[in-house]
Design a protein around this ligand. Structure first.
Ligand SMILES: [Zn+2]
Length: 138
């Protein structure tokens, strides 16, 4: 029997294999979110020719999940990259989103050999989460 993590990775890999943008400008990453309610949401990154304004697949997946389930909490999230997909780590911005929508979320982090993953609590990936009241900016 496959674990939830294996199924999520399989869904993400299937999505990016079918939607991968060979030119690498648009969709090159897929993400899958499992919510605490047991629902699964999938998304691709929203790339542009200007990489600095592209949106990560994890954020799009969280947005879709949040739209469908306003009070949703992330149970597990994964992102995979490339036509021959492998699990990738979320960037710092995505870690903030994951922590906001799932303070105890598990993130599937890549193994060193690119073939596996390790479930890791978001609190270990972002131990000093942003808090508005503790911020020095306005
Ligand atoms: Zn990101």
């Amino acid at each position: 029997m496959k674990t939830n993590a294996e199924l999520l990775v399989r869904l993400a890999k299937d999505l990016i294999r079918t939607r991968y943008d060979k030119k690498g400008h648009h969709s090159v990453v897929a993400s899958v979110v499992l919510t605490k309610n047991g629902n699964v949401y999938q998304a691709l990154n929203v790339g542009t020719y200007q990489p600095s304004i592209s949106t990560c697949a994890e954020i799009v997946a969280i947005g879709i999940a949040h739209t469908a389930e306003p009070d949703m909490m992330i149970d597990t999230i994964v992102a995979v990259r490339d036509k021959e997909p492998y699990v990738v780590a979320p960037c710092g911005k995505c870690r903030e989103y994951i922590a906001d929508y799932g303070p105890k979320a598990k993130v599937l982090m890549p193994a060193q050999n690119k073939r596996g993953w390790t479930p890791t609590e978001i609190s270990k990936l972002l131990p000093s989460k942003y808090r508005k009241r503790e911020c020095s900016c306005k």
